[in-house]
Design a binder for this molecule. Structure first.
Ligand SMILES: [Zn+2]
Length: 297
């Protein structure tokens, strides 16, 4: 199942109704649409428009592999409303989730650091939309834009903090608080209280046996914090989950707060004229096509 992203779809299908010149003029005057990825929103206006000109809209399909650990990277991704797990591969066999990326971040930050192969796998957990950028243009823009480099450097620091807290969390915290943390992180990035998630997959993500996840999820459900039915996880009591979650959730929140504050500081300047977005985007047909082509990069 793929959720349709609200941004480009609605906009572009509306734009298809009129001739190009007329529709650009109309939307440039009257409609402004959000970029919706915080790292892009933080860029100064001119650089943001330049950056969007190398972006293409992309569908994040549920359970889609964006990166395989060790494989060459062809694209980097800036999620808009989906979210993606970063996975460490252990002994070429087991996977453990070590990070989660949504609209606060990007996938492929290793490219900004000069590496062309991903050290981690990346798997879509929450379907949605993202901006996708080929590695070549991304590196050129990085060389050109000091603001982009500064923003991504800050993001590297935040991501390092999340990776470190994940390692400590897996070692020291119990399953139920870790599950609560995972649900909160997912809700933050999906901007929705519902996720599709099998318990088998959750046991993978948390690196514990399935029976442990089943037991923890049952307890959260009995306490009225979540509802779980046939793979659909629904958050019923967010405050209760926050109280249940391990301290790693608060640690992550503090690390991301600095980034979010910067995005909020630019809030009035984070909306771009629709024409700028459309100029930066491919037609809807190509977008759908691109989502069905090979996504391993
Ligand atoms: Zn923890």
């Amino acid at each position: 199942m793929q959720m349709e992203p609200p941004l480009s779809w609605a906009l572009q299908s509306t734009l298809k109704r009129g001739p190009p010149g007329a529709r650009e003029r109309r939307f440039t005057r009257s409609v402004r649409v959000p970029v919706n990825n915080h790292l892009i929103e933080m860029l100064p206006r001119k650089e943001r428009i330049d950056f969007l000109s190398i972006c293409e809209p992309f569908v994040l399909g549920l359970s889609e592999t964006l990166f395989e650990a060790g494989a060459p990277t062809k694209h980097v991704y800036f999620p808009i409303d989906g979210f993606v797990s970063l996975l460490a591969v252990v002994d070429d066999a087991s996977l453990l989730e070590v990070g989660m990326v949504g609209r606060e971040g990007m996938l492929g930050i290793h490219v900004a650091l000069g590496a062309l192969r991903s050290p981690l796998g990346a798997l879509v957990q929450g379907p949605g939309a993202a901006w996708r950028v080929p590695v070549g243009p991304f590196k050129k823009e990085l060389e050109r834009s000091a603001a982009l480099r500064r923003g991504l450097n800050r993001y590297v620091a935040v991501l390092m903090s999340q990776l470190a807290s994940s390692a400590a969390c897996a070692r020291y915290h119990l399953i139920s608080p870790r599950l609560a943390r995972w649900l909160l992180m997912s809700q933050d990035r999906a901007q929705s209280g519902r996720f599709f998630m099998t318990q088998e997959f959750l046991s993978y993500m948390l690196g514990v046996r399935r029976v442990g996840v089943t037991s923890a999820a049952s307890k959260l459900q009995q306490r009225g914090l979540i509802e779980y039915h046939r793979g659909e996880m629904k958050v019923l009591d967010r405050a209760g989950l926050e109280a249940e979650a391990c301290s790693c959730y608060a640690t992550d929140q503090i690390a991301y707060a600095a980034l979010s504050q910067r995005a909020n500081d630019h809030r009035l300047d984070t909306m771009l004229p629709a024409a700028a977005i459309v100029a930066a985007s491919r037609p809807m047909g190509e977008l759908r096509e691109s989502s069905h082509r090979s996504t391993k990069s």
